[in-house]
Design a protein around this ligand. Structure first.
Ligand code: ZN
Length: 480
């Protein structure tokens, strides 16, 4: 038994020794993902896909509550359509995959497999928007997109990945900006309240914003290894695409106008964030609100009379109370089961054996802290609910501490470089706003700009890189 247990856990690399290998081990051993014969493309196994389904269910509800409708657009984009917006096509051209043949015939016009769907949405909107009465249009699509990446890693970089892309059209710039911010806040709250991941909210620099956007809002997260992960983005397009695609509407003033546009998206990269923020040396640690199984019931001495029935009864009670619960009554040893569900990050383990039955109690073991408590079966629903909330809060507090303790101010390029090399994390400096300084930081310190935080601090009067008057406080980091 002990042997099984040990073997299971030893297969995960120590995270402090080799974080990248630890990450890959967790993705595979926790059965989130499998590799395929198609390079850069992965299979989301049931446990990994269930995480995405839970993310999808919660966000989809929020999108609908804020007036959005789901649609589905084709996966192929004619080259001529993609080329209508210049910045956009330049941004995506290096990653496009093309269909050039249909059956045995070579196509007259090659077709891009969607890397994103702005152009298709614009084409569609040009058909259906005519009057101010047709606005706003608040559409969202759950789909996969394809980007011909040269390197790949599970959840972080797939050639094909799942995401949602919202695309909306509005009569005025103010309304579109309000929408951009609304969706950005939905993402930020989702990270904090559901995934237990604290975020830095800000705007991207011109260099880092989305191809064709006027402004890109981003939520930036810090992983356990102190690298940055861009968690989700929301873009304001102005009327640039509407002009390029000739989308017009008759306003209340009876004049023709171009509408104002937004787009916003999150992808299965969120799952990479969950793994890398919360995981530990025993494997995954899942935030309870997204965990496919919140409580795993493990009968102790299950061959004894009445034990399985008692366990099943507790499981049914918890299910009725709305928790996601499973029971493992397989013939694997308890030691194997404990290790297996620890590795899979199940937030709570419930053990119930003959002695507990006599006492009217069970054992609950927290995945995040390993804490083990005996609790009365009388109020098991309430206790489980409270403990899941405590786990959420504990995970959030731990991640917040990591973020706060690894965010450092710097007042020169040298200092920024030295701090990143020594400590990692986010480096905050003042910045003049010039691309030249941004490029210099990348070249010399290996850090990209993460965002210009909405909550600004005045660290100094001058840019840390060139010494000219500063415009913003900015965050830098090494990103995934
Ligand atoms: Zn500067």
């Amino acid at each position: 038994m002990a042997q099984d247990n040990k073997k299971q856990v030893e297969q995960i690399t120590d995270m402090e020794a080799d974080f990248a290998q630890w990450y890959t081990d967790v993705c595979r051993k926790a059965e989130l993902i499998d590799y395929t014969s198609m390079k850069g493309m992965f299979i989301l196994r049931p446990y990994g896909y269930a995480l995405w389904e839970n993310i999808q269910a919660i966000l989809d509800k929020e999108f609908k509550e804020t007036g959005h409708e789901n649609v589905y657009l084709p996966m192929l984009i004619p080259e001529s359509l993609l080329q209508k917006e210049k910045d956009h096509v330049e941004g995506f051209a290096p990653e496009c995959a093309w269909v050039t043949q249909g059956g045995s015939e070579k196509l007259e016009e090659k077709l891009c497999i969607r890397p994103t769907s702005e152009t298709l949405f614009c084409d569609h909107y040009s058909h259906i928007i005519h009057s101010h009465r047709d606005l706003p249009k608040l559409y969202n699509q759950w789909t996969s997109v394809l980007r011909w990446e040269k390197t790949s890693r599970p959840f972080l970089r797939h050639r094909e990945f799942l995401w949602q892309e919202g695309h909306t059209m509005h009569a005025t710039a103010e309304e579109a900006i309000e929408e951009t911010e609304r969706m950005f806040n939905i993402y930020a709250n989702f990270y904090e309240n559901v995934l237990a991941i604290p975020v830095v909210k800000g705007k991207k620099t011109d260099k880092e914003k989305f191809s064709g956007a006027e402004a890109t809002y981003t939520v930036e997260c810090m992983m356990h290894d102190r690298k940055a992960l861009q968690g989700g983005t929301s873009h304001y397009f102005g009327d640039g695409f509407a002009r390029a695609f000739d989308i017009t509407f008759t306003g209340k003033d009876n004049q023709l106008h171009h509408p104002f546009q937004t787009s916003w998206g999150v992808s299965t990269r969120m799952i990479a964030g969950i793994i890398m923020v919360h995981g530990d040396n025993r494997g995954l640690v899942l935030p309870p609100r997204i965990a496919p199984t919140q409580v795993m019931v493990i009968p102790v001495a299950q061959h004894k009379e009445g034990v399985l029935e008692a366990n099943r009864a507790v499981m049914d009670r918890l299910k009725s109370a709305g928790f996601r619960v499973k029971m493992d009554d397989s013939d694997n040893s308890p030691g194997w089961k404990f290790a297996e569900y620890e590795m899979k990050g199940v937030p709570l383990r419930l053990e119930l054996g003959p002695k507990d039955m006599e006492q009217g109690q069970c054992v609950l073991v927290r995945r995040d802290s390993g804490e083990k408590v005996f609790v009365s079966l009388d109020k098991i629903e309430q206790t489980v609910g409270e403990m899941l909330d405590e786990i959420h809060n504990g995970l959030y507090a731990r991640a917040k501490k990591n973020l706060e303790e690894h965010t450092f101010p710097a007042f020169s390029l040298e200092e920024a470089k030295a701090t990143q090399a020594e400590k990692g994390g986010f480096i905050k400096t003042m910045w003049c706003g010039e691309l030249e300084c941004e490029l210099k930081m990348k070249e010399e310190a290996g850090m990209s700009s993460r965002c210009i935080p909405l909550e600004q601090e005045h660290l100094a009067d001058v840019c840390a890189i060139c010494g000219k008057p500063a415009k913003h406080m900015i965050y830098w980091g090494v990103a995934y």
